[in-house]
Design a protein around this ligand. Sequence first.
Ligand code: V4E
Length: 221
Amino acid sequence: MSVEVERKFVCNADTLKTLEEIGVCVGRREFRDQYFDTPEFDLTLRDMWLRKRKACWELKCPTTVNGTDEASGGQSKAAALCSRYREITNLPEIQRRVREVMKDIREDGETEASPSQEDESWLSEINLVCFADFTTVRQSFTLEEKGVQIDLDQADFGYQVGEIEVLVPDGGDVQSALEKIERMAGKLGLTGDQRVDGKMNVYLQRNHPEHHAKLLREHVF
Ligand code: V4E
């Protein structure tokens, strides 16, 4: 399990020029994301994001422990522009965590973890449906700062966003990841002091405005 620390940014012509000057493009790929939740949005209202990308499952969860942010030591202005999520990619562990949220729906514990990535019966067992489905073309860059990746995403619903990302292994140093991201933002000349919307934020705004409004009210977004 690792923690993904990232800062989104708006990539204008100047930022792109700087990125091409100081970074190396390491690839361009296209992927489809499908996000799942109950019809009542039990997961996303808890800031839990269940996704299937290229046949791999991933659950992103808050890094908070008992309501306290693990990285709260360094809530500088720059850190506040970053998000931190625990990434879980092990399917049985994903199913265990999702079932934990749904335990009031299936308390008898009779559903076992599905043995394979292909067997998707667990989704309907716990009433999960796809609420977002979109494709992204992603261009990735690396720079001399070790462990930092920059992605430029173009989603098929007409939204473009950049992100500076550092993956911190379990027990690793989130604070130093935040510092790396801040340095990188400086090198790219990013001056904005407002959080930039991610793809999902914009997708929900356009496709599920009521749920988007609820996520704002609940301070998930
Ligand atoms: C919506 C959301 C999550 C879903 C994944 O979002 P994101 O990491 O932006 O997607 P993507 O395609 O860049 O994934 P990657 O390839 O990096 O794995 S995870 C957390 N949220 C909620 C959220 C939030 N509360 N605030 C902000 C600014 N963004 C997202």
